[in-house]
Unconditional design. Structure first.
Length: 204
C-alpha cells in the first residue's frame, strides 16, 4: 500500500471514530428529550338504564375525520381552523380509546350478557356503530370542551337500523392548562358515554 493511500485510509478511520460517538450522543439526546404528557379517558359506570340480560352487543371502532383519527388533542381556534394541544397526547388513537371506554362503560353497567369488539367471536344480537363528530377544546372567551358522537344500533341478524341518535355534551374548560382542558374533555366524554349506554339499554 502506498504511503499516500495509508494516510488517506487512516484519516477516514479517524473521522469515522470521531463521528460514531457524536451520532450515538445525538441519538441518546433524542431518546432523553422531553416527551408529551399522555392522557387517558374515564370509563363511566352507569345504572339508570333497564336490564338487557340475554343480549350481547358488538362495539365497532368509531369512525372519525383525520384530525380526530390520531392521538393528538384538538383545539379549535376558529370555525375553520384547528390546532393541537402542545406537549400533550392521548394514550392511543382517539377512536380506539373511545371504543375501549364504551366497552368498559357497557360492562360496568352490569346489564348485558356480553359486550365485545370485532374479532372476539361473540354471538352478537346488536352492533353499536358510532362516528366521532367533535372531540375538542373550543378556545376563546368562555372556552369549552365539546364532545359529539353519532350512534346507531344495528340488528346484527338482518342489518337493519333499530335506532340512531346524536349525543353532545359541552362543559367549561377554564384554567388554561393542559390538565384542565383534558379533564374537561373527559367530563364531556363521560356524560356522552353514559347517555349512549343508557340509550342502548332502553333500545334493545
Amino acid at each position: 500500500m502506498a504511503v499516500s493511500d495509508f494516510l488517506v485510509r487512516r484519516s477516514w478511520l479517524l473521522r469515522t471514530a470521531i463521528a460514531m460517538p457524536l451520532l450515538a450522543a445525538a441519538l441518546v439526546g433524542c431518546g432523553t428529550s422531553a416527551k408529551n404528557n399522555t392522557y387517558d379517558l374515564s370509563a363511566t359506570a352507569t345504572g339508570s338504564g333497564p336490564s338487557a340480560k340475554g343480549r350481547q352487543i358488538l362495539v365497532q371502532l368509531p369512525t372519525a375525520l383525520k384530525p380526530l383519527d390520531s392521538d393528538q388533542i384538538v383545539v379549535r381556534v376558529s370555525p375553520s381552523e384547528i390546532q393541537y394541544l402542545a406537549k400533550a397526547q392521548w394514550g392511543d388513537k382517539l377512536p380506539r380509546m373511545v371504543q375501549a371506554k364504551l366497552v368498559q362503560a357497557y360492562e360496568n353497567s352490569g346489564k348485558l350478557t356480553g359486550v365485545g369488539i370485532p374479532g372476539q367471536g361473540l354471538a352478537i344480537d346488536y352492533q353499536v356503530v358510532t362516528d366521532i363528530r367533535a372531540f375538542e377544546v373550543r378556545a376563546g372567551n368562555g372556552s369549552q370542551a365539546v364532545v359529539e358522537i353519532s350512534a346507531k344500533i344495528l340488528n346484527d341478524r338482518n342489518g337493519s337500523v333499530r335506532t340512531q341518535k346524536v349525543f353532545r355534551q359541552a362543559v367549561p374548560a377554564g384554567g388554561g392548562s393542559n390538565d384542565g382542558y383534558v379533564k374537561a374533555l373527559d367530563r364531556a366524554f363521560s356524560a356522552v358515554a353514559s347517555q349512549i349506554v343508557d340509550w342502548t339499554l332502553r333500545s334493545i
